[in-house]
Design a protein around this ligand. Structure first.
Ligand code: UDP
Length: 316
């Protein structure tokens, strides 16, 4: 297939491009490097089936030649990334999504929109099923991401209903693995970097907030299965193993091995960084199991070891 991946030089996008190339597809990655980097796709440079284009999809999106699928991953995605780029985040989630949808429509291509567990906000229902409408502030600091992604889902459904476009919506839960941005402020890069350098692991607040972490290869498998399915309604893809940030800090220290001298500390970060921080998050993956036959395969302990190996290599 000829596949265009926006955000193709980001953390998840680069793993997706690698997987698609490995499976024999021809891939065009589009990225403006606001949070992605050329280094993420360095292993694909020179491959005749891979093209990397520097462009901002807010300004428009075109492609010479036929396309079978457009996979729209372009957006800052970490809280630091979208708090630092609030307007770009809203525009890429609106104008950018429209441009990607139009490209798919012109080509009669399948379209996959990368959505997020953030559409559930600070959820009042637990675990989160796709039928839950969410608990989102439309003016809070996270609103630029949450509302853009909610708008993106609505626009995707509008193209499906109005134009019969073969659209898919994947709700991605916290994902980790090699090539996460060391400095994007998320809990995985922060803890892994801290453990790899014998620094204290900084748990925000009282450490009782929960998350469920998916290894990136599991996510990419779910993305591919959803793209090739016939399912237009949103599907959660995430690992249902839920843990508190205190438990997660312990897991990272354990994975770092006996030479790690780090301990967890409780800190109060700047208010903006934790405002509206969802207190609990765990996907209900019944639909992914039923529709895609998908479930996560990589255990947290194994995924963390891979991630630590990567972080150690870039820190040295
Ligand atoms: N967090 C933490 N220490 C850090 C960074 C984040 O305890 O150094 C917490 C954060 O407050 C939240 C959870 O880890 O409860 C996940 O935050 P992250 O920024 O990774 O992403 P989110 O899931 O909120 O999008």
């Amino acid at each position: 297939m000829n596949i265009l991946v926006t955000g193709g030089a980001g953390f998840i996008g680069s793993h997706l491009c690698e997987r698609l190339i490995r499976d024999g597809h021809t891939v065009t990655a589009v990225d403006n490097f606001i949070t992605g980097s050329r280094r993420n796709v360095a292993s694909l440079a020179g491959n005749p089936r891979f093209t990397l284009i520097e462009a901002n999809i807010i300004d428009g999106l075109d492609h010479a030649g036929p396309l079978d699928a457009v996979m729209n991953l372009a957006s800052p995605a970490s809280p630091v990334g979208y708090l630092d780029n609030p307007i770009e985040t809203m525009l890429v989630g609106s104008h950018g999504v429209r441009n990607a949808l139009e490209l798919a429509r012109r080509n009669g291509a399948r379209f996959l929109q990368a959505s997020t567990s953030e559409v559930y906000g600070d959820p009042l229902e637990h675990p989160q099923k796709e039928s839950y409408w969410g608990n989102v502030s439309c003016t809070g600091v996270r609103s630029v991401y949450d509302e853009a992604k909610r708008f993106a889902e609505a626009l995707t459904m509008a193209y499906h209903r109005k134009h019969g476009l073969r659209t898919r919506i994947i709700r991605i839960f916290n994902t980790y693995g090699p090539r996460m941005d060391l400095n994007d402020g998320r809990v995985v890069p922060n803890f892994v970097k801290q453990a790899a350098t014998n620094q204290p692991l900084t748990i925000y607040g009282d450490g009782s907030a929960t998350r469920s972490f998916t290894y990136v290869s599991d996510l990419v498998e779910g993305m591919w299965r959803l793209l090739m399915s016939d399912e237009p309604m949103p599907v959660n893809v995430g690992n249902p193993r839920e843990m508190t940030m205190t438990q997660f800090a312990d897991a990272v220290i354990l994975a770092a091995g006996s030479e790690c001298r780090s301990k967890a500390v409780y800190v109060q970060p700047q208010n903006e960084r934790i405002a509206d921080d969802p207190q609990r998050r765990r996907p209900d993956i019944t639909r992914a199991r039923q529709i895609l036959g998908w479930e996560p395969r990589v255990a947290l302990e194994d995924g963390l070891r891979e991630t630590l190996t990567y972080f150690r290599s870039v820190l040295n």
